[in-house]
Write a protein that binds this ligand. Structure first.
Ligand code: HPA
Ligand code: MG
Length: 238
């Protein structure tokens, strides 16, 4: 019997083959032809009823995946002290839910993972396009990261340029170790090939909103990850 439980994070599959951990496996990748779920299968705020094409990843699936990421992080980093660096604004929900799951694991396992949580704010998107200039806000006091084990928690990596810039910035403060967890990695044509240490899902090159991801600040108040409709892109354009 094939083993489908690990979503590509490694281990021994049912037929005895060993899967190398964190190879970018198709099993956590959502295919380009995935149409999403029909909106009427789930609930969502009425004020977005004209604005969404489909539910791309339901909230419950996100939560289940985070539970597994928390366990992987605990297995790798357990018994170290870490500083969780949450990348705002989009990363707030993922970071909160990930920290929550790690907290629960700490109560129910022999390992522990003392965490401090800090925040940094990045801004580079206007409408659905990345802009050249990346603003890092709240980075003044990152000297506290010196000598620490840092886990950067981000909602989405697309070209990887933003993350590379942020990593260079954080490295300048000489942390002992840096790991990156991203809920989503987008398959884009001009990507740098950067792959975070922990990935929730690899997604198609579509603009997704919800679960704290926005389009010009809208849609953060949406439970599921959804694909925004073309009419909504016009409606909320700045
Ligand atoms: N949605 C929201 N924010 C983003 C995305 C996206 O698909 N890609 C990069 N930033
Ligand atoms: Mg944004």
């Amino acid at each position: 019997m094939r083993h489908h439980g690990s979503l590509g994070d490694g281990g021994v599959v049912g037929d005895g083959r060993v899967v190398v951990r964190r190879v970018f496996s198709m099993r956590r990748a959502i295919r380009d032809d995935w149409p999403g779920y029909a909106l009427d299968l789930f609930t969502y705020p009425k004020h977005y009823s004209e604005d969404l094409e489909c539910v791309y990843i339901p909230h419950g699936v996100i939560m289940d995946r985070i539970e597994r990421l928390a366990r992987n992080i605990m297995d790798d980093l357990g018994d170290h002290d870490i500083v969780v660096l949450c990348v705002l604004k989009g990363g707030y929900q993922f970071c909160a839910d990930l920290v929550e799951r790690i907290k629960v694991l700490c109560c129910n396992s022999s390992k522990t993972l003392p965490m401090r949580v800090d925040f940094i704010r990045l801004k580079s998107y206007l409408n659905d396009q990345s802009t050249e200039d990346l603003h890092i806000v709240g980075a003044e006091n990152l000297s506290a990261l010196s000598g620490k084990n840092v886990l950067i928690v981000e909602a989405i990596v697309d070209t990887g340029k933003t993350m590379k810039t942020l990593l260079d910035h954080v490295k300048a403060f000489r942390p002992k170790m840096i790991k990156v967890a991203s809920l989503l990695v987008k398959r884009v044509p001009c990507g740098t090939g950067y792959v975070p240490d922990y990935v929730g899902f690899e997604i198609a090159n579509r603009f997704v909103v919800g679960y704290a991801l926005d389009y010009n600040e809208y849609f953060r108040d949406l439970h599921h990850l959804c694909v925004i409709s073309d009419s909504a892109k016009q409606k909320y354009k700045v």
